[in-house]
Design a binder for this molecule. Structure first.
Ligand code: BJ8
Length: 431
């Protein structure tokens, strides 16, 4: 990432209220990290250059594009979770962006409001807002929370004093009653988005929005299919970066970049050209989301003789696995279909959560993994407790699993590396 690529947007960022000094420091820290994690890789697909560029401009060009959208009267809506339906925002002419933070930022500021023993994703997301470091937050006309885990549920009570907030109430179990409740939430969200954007959503607009988001799901799914092949044509780090960028990038530009990458990856598969040696253990990372710029586990694995070939996470399969059914139906029917599709997501906040266990087994088999790294963000109770069932199910099919608990700091890199190295070594010996 060229250093000057991070410059030149300061005027725009200042107008948004960003703390320029602290922001420069943040970006300067990110550049060497990006070089080390991504640009130092050998055998990278050429088409990753699009994603490198978009990453370098994540607080540059992309912010300019969103600002221009707003200058023309468009609205920006921020969200923290896969349960928030982007289709509704697009159907009302808005743009949706992910707001979750994946770096250890604004901790001291956030700790004025939050206990220390809270998950780093919640702490850093609040920290980003409080320390005025995230232009996406500052651009958002509305932020959408959701009642998933307890930490998030209660954090919205703090966020609501800082930003315009709408909370979607997610049921904790699935079934007919839950479907009705969730449909009601979907309708309330639609009405809120209409109020914010001033645009009424109709069946044609929603149909078009569903098709657009489905196109992104489809290309991500197809890209990821290539990772089932050995040698994998793309590193886990690169595949993760592509998915992570999906949460902030413009859909049409993203589709173009991803289509070029798809063609290259499929050609690589035909040529048996791998990004990582076929002899290296194939791993799945399962658990909490890994949001930008959290590449910790993938980087450790892939610099220690392993290949990550699948992510069972919201920054992975859960993001693109299930399309929304496309129909010519009336708006009411479309909202129901949309609502049912979103309720199918299998976050660990649900109980019981058999779907997730079944999906993990299915992915482990489809991607022919030699082992699973179960990734828990510190203090994330739902994913931590669900490990019991995941481990049991994986043992049942003979796939070893390693549970790791980590945060956004760099302090645990040493011990984490030792544990992951030992896990890889154990796999090598038994295969
Ligand atoms: S659908 S995974 S994006 S809630 S890591 S904040 S669960 S304590 S992020 Fe998530 Fe939606 Fe579920 Fe996905 Fe809480 Fe756990 Fe922190 Fe989490």
């Amino acid at each position: 990432m060229a250093e000057k690529e991070f410059e030149g947007h300061n005027h725009m960022l200042k107008n948004l209220g960003i703390d320029i000094g602290a922001h420069d420091q943040l970006m300067q820290g990110l550049q060497p990290m990006f070089r080390e994690v991504f640009l130092s890789q050998k055998n990278r697909p050429k088409a990753m250059s699009y994603f490198d560029f978009r990453m370098s401009e994540i607080h540059g060009c992309r912010i300019r594009e969103l600002s221009e959208h707003k200058e023309k009267g468009g609205k920006v809506i921020g969200a923290f979770c896969l349960y928030v339906p982007e289709e509704i925002v697009l159907a009302a002419g808005g743009m949706m962006v992910g707001l979750c933070a994946g770096a250890d930022i604004g901790g001291p500021e956030a700790e004025q409001y939050l206990p220390r023993n809270i998950c780093p994703l919640i702490r850093s997301s609040l920290g980003m807002k409080l320390s005025r470091l995230c232009p996406y937050f500052e651009l958002a006309d509305l932020v959408v929370g959701e009642t998933t885990c307890d930490g998030k549920k209660k954090a919205w009570e703090i966020f609501q004093d800082l930003i315009p907030l709408h909370v979607m109430h997610l049921p904790a179990m699935k079934g007919t009653k839950a479907q009705e409740l969730w449909l009601e939430e979907m309708i309330k969200f639609k009405e809120k988005v209409e109020e914010i954007t001033g645009n009424e959503i109709d069946a044609a607009g929603l149909k078009e929005a569903i098709a657009r988001v489905n196109r992104r799901r489809a290309i991500l799914k197809r890209l990821n299919e290539t990772r089932k092949i050995s040698p994998t044509p793309i590193s886990g780090k690169d595949a993760l970066l592509v998915t992570q960028l999906g949460f902030s990038d413009d859909i049409e530009q993203f589709l173009e970049g991803a289509e070029t990458l798809r063609q290259e990856l499929e050609q690589r598969v035909r040529n048996s050209q791998g990004a990582i040696d076929a002899a290296m253990p194939r791993l799945m990372v399962s658990g909490c989301p890994m949001v930008l710029p959290n590449w910790k586990i993938h980087h450790i694995v892939e610099t220690n003789g392993g290949a990550v070939v699948c992510e069972e996470a919201c920054t992975g399969q859960r993001y693109f696995r299930d399309p929304v059914e496309e129909s010519d139906g009336k708006l009411d029917n479309q909202l129901r279909v949309l609502s049912d599709r979103y309720l199918k997501l299998d976050c660990a906040c649900f109980t019981p959560n058999d779907d997730r266990i079944n999906n993990i087994i299915d992915l482990a088999q489809q991607y022919r993994v030699d082992g699973v790294i179960y990734n828990i963000l510190q203090f994330c109770t739902t994913y931590a407790v669900e490990f019991y069932r995941v481990e049991k199910a994986l043992k049942g099919i003979g796939v070893p699993v390693l549970r790791v608990e980590t945060d956004y700091s760099q302090e645990d890199i040493g011990p984490l590396t030792n544990r992951l190295e030992a896990f890889l070594e154990m796999i090598r010996k038994t295969h």
